[in-house]
Design a protein around this ligand. Structure first.
Ligand code: ATP
Ligand code: MG
Length: 391
């Protein structure tokens, strides 16, 4: 197979585009602008977090051919912050300019069934599961997969599109509840904890990684990420890193990729899912590492060199959900940022979302310190001030 000619490096001064205007797009825009790039965001929402801080904001949907061609015109390269951008839109853009990650890799991450098949191809262990697309497949589910979680194959996030199923008799109504769309039934596993790894892979195949992140989820939503030496036992950390690299390589991936894992109570490591973009569990890198996941995204898409990031401070990230904007039921309040920012090593990141809603990600707080114990003590103090349950 002949190799495509290497694209030239895209230097600061050029315009970089991102599909999607959410918080990940906003933090990408901030990183790109800090490095001297101009930015363009494509998102139909007038008040999108990224659109509001970008030099250019193209207000159309992801499938609008005119919007896509305006983006291609304005930019030297394009990335995405949202994995449910139609792969066909990425492919359309790729005919005109470098797009990373590629539509083919994003298409796999969009579909839990395809994603699991890819993990198996890479020799990375997955949870026992069955693909459910027909009533026959539903009827054929074996008792060994129960209790389990029925998950829609596409469009799930933050635990949405999932129903827990204890007994075989509940399967039909669970599938009904999910609209009888294509699903994956996964066996419910006994988790000791969860972790994730973020890798960045360049056009030349070079891979660098952020340190393994230990994650705590509440109600299916990431609540806390802790990163310091020894956060995850060394054996599992090494396995997770090797698995993440092999998943990225198997996709011929270019860009930032997050791979989420379960660590089981017996010590086994099982891959959960991938995100073809920077990830909530990597936000600590903005303050805890010398290169953030968003700078890695800029470097990947422009062909700039990838350097191995270094964690310079033990770090804890607390997600700030919209619930913190309410007191005793429905009374609106502003969280006591002044009190939190009086604590050493607290870095506040708010996404500029117009309305606070329960379970909506409004921002995050990165806590850095000289030692893991100090980071933890400060993070617990901040959590107490904000009304986040201790962890
Ligand atoms: P996100 O996109 O926000 O990461 P999601 O909606 O794609 O989330 P998953 O990652 O599949 O959802 O699941 C959310 C959480 O639910 C997991 O992080 C884990 O805590 C729990 N969970 C999911 N699948 C299983 C399983 N098979 N066994 C035990 N717990 C699980
Ligand atoms: Mg997940």
């Amino acid at each position: 197979m002949s190799q495509a000619p290497a694209s030239p490096v895209i230097l600061p001064g050029a315009t970089l585009g991102v599909l999607g205007g959410g918080q990940l797009g906003r933090m990408f825009v901030h990183a790109a602008q800090a490095m001297g790039y101009f930015t363009a965001v494509l998102d139909k929402d007038e008040t999108s977090p990224a659109g509001r801080v970008s030099h250019h904001h193209i207000r159309t949907g992801y499938e609008d051919p005119l919007g896509l061609s305006a983006l291609a015109q304005a930019c030297a390269a394009v990335t995405t912050e949202f994995e449910n951008v139609p792969a066909a839109s990425l492919d359309q853009l790729a005919r005109h300019l470098p797009v990373s990650p590629a539509g083919s890799a994003v298409a796999i991450a969009q579909d839990r069934a395809a994603e699991k098949a890819h993990f198996v191809r890479c020799g990375v262990p997955v949870a026992p599961h069955a693909v459910i697309e027909t009533p026959e497949q539903l009827a054929a589910v074996g008792a060994e997969l129960l209790p389990g979680i029925l998950k829609t194959a596409r469009m799930g996030y933050d635990g949405k599109g999932q129903v827990r199923v204890k007994m075989a008799e509940e399967l039909a109504s669970a599938w009904e509840q999910l609209g009888r769309v294509a699903c994956v039934l996964e066996k419910m596993l006994p988790l000791a904890h969860e972790c994730s790894v973020i890798v960045a892979r360049g056009r030349d195949g070079q891979i660098v990684n952020l340190p393994v992140q230990r994650n705590l989820h509440r109600d299916g939503i990431l609540a806390v990420t802790e990163v310091f030496e020894g956060n995850v036992p060394e054996v599992q950390a090494q396995q997770a890193l090797a698995a993440a690299k092999s998943v990225a390589k198997g996709l011929q991936y270019v860009g930032v990729l997050c791979v989420e894992f379960f660590v089981l109570q017996n010590g086994e490591l099982v891959v959960n899912e991938i995100a073809p973009r920077p990830h909530n569990s990597g936000h600590y890198s903005q303050n805890g590492c010398d290169v953030s996941q968003f700078e890695l995204q800029v470097r990947c898409m422009t062909g700039l060199p990838l350097v191995q990031p270094r964690l310079h401070s033990p770090s804890i990230m607390l997600n700030l959900l919209g619930d913190l904007w309410f007191q005793d039921g429905d009374t609106a309040r502003t969280p006591a940022w002044d009190q939190v920012l009086a604590l050493p090593g607290c870095h506040l990141h708010l996404y500029g979302k117009v309305d606070a809603k329960r379970a909506r990600k409004m921002g995050h707080l990165n806590v850095t310190a000289a030692t893991p114990e100090q980071a933890r003590a400060t993070a617990l103090q901040a959590a107490a001030i904000l009304g986040i349950a201790p962890f």
